[in-house]
Design a protein around this ligand. Sequence first.
Ligand SMILES: NC(=O)c1ccc[n+]([C@@H]2O[C@H](COP(=O)([O-])OP(=O)(O)OC[C@H]3O[C@@H](n4cnc5c(N)ncnc54)[C@H](OP(=O)(O)O)[C@@H]3O)[C@@H](O)[C@H]2O)c1
Length: 287
Amino acid sequence: MIGVIGGTGNTGRAVVKALKEKGSEFRCLVRDPEAAKKLFGEVVELEYGDVSDHSSVEKGLEGCEKLFLLTGHSPALAEQEIGTIQAAKRAGVNYIVKLSGGDAVATEDCPSLIGRSHWQIEQALKESGLEWTILRPGFFMQNLINTAGMVKGQSKVMMPISSTVKIAMIDVNDTGDVAAEVLTKPGHESMTYFLSGHAYTLEDFTSILSNELGSDIPYLEIPLEAAVKAMKERDMPDWLIDHQSALMGIVNSGIAGTTNDHIANLSGHAPSTLEQFVKNHIDLFKN
Ligand SMILES: NC(=O)c1ccc[n+]([C@@H]2O[C@H](COP(=O)([O-])OP(=O)(O)OC[C@H]3O[C@@H](n4cnc5c(N)ncnc54)[C@H](OP(=O)(O)O)[C@@H]3O)[C@@H](O)[C@H]2O)c1
């Protein structure tokens, strides 16, 4: 039995879909079982489990030998996931697949708390005595959906990222396929995989979007200060603004543009392209 934590989120839903396609036995630990039942219907086994309450995780994982571990952004990320690794071990889990930050972010000295937290969790997992695999996805294509309001309201995309810098972008569905493969086939123990997809600039994104919409959507690089001001106006917490600002700096340095073949080698299919992604989600960008 495979336990899945984070199954209701962007990546987790893709992991659930891929495990279902493989016919695997799995159980999602969720903090709101009623909401999860509405999302998945009766076909997915659900159990209560909140990563802030490690005893609920231990109980919910009884009978699971494997665990897919992902939680959302939180300043308590390290405490939540390190406690969850220990609770999973007590429950009898012997193999954990952790969804981490990308190679440029999950570092000991990352300027973002979230990046440093991912690095600390990775170390704790490696020292836990359990078998492990770490998946380090790059920039999610799904992040680009956040620009839909700007596209619909102002017919442009503005971000504090250089128009010429390449970013390795991944569709969460590819991460789901890789995770399901790693969870169900042996040979990935003690491996860390950076999942890169193809690399694009944000001008590539707006050019694909312009083609699909049939109208010109320019990309404009704005100063980081302007983006921080907008995030403050949206009442974003300081730790999240710091995380987003750190990410922009990392992306602008160019180190988030490295690509490799892990998605193709692990999932058996080529990584999704940005053209496919924009086509699949074009209605979200239309008024
Ligand atoms: N965005 C990027 O470009 C990017 C790139 C690389 C890595 N990452 C990493 O990917 C992760 C986010 O992935 P995502 O976008 O797929 O996540 P997401 O959509 O935000 O989903 C988070 C999941 O975690 C669950 N969760 C949150 N708090 C929980 C708790 N206390 N107990 C139990 N479950 C809890 C949520 O459940 P509910 O349904 O109850 O909310 C949800 O299923 C982060 O760790 C981030 O650092 C992101």
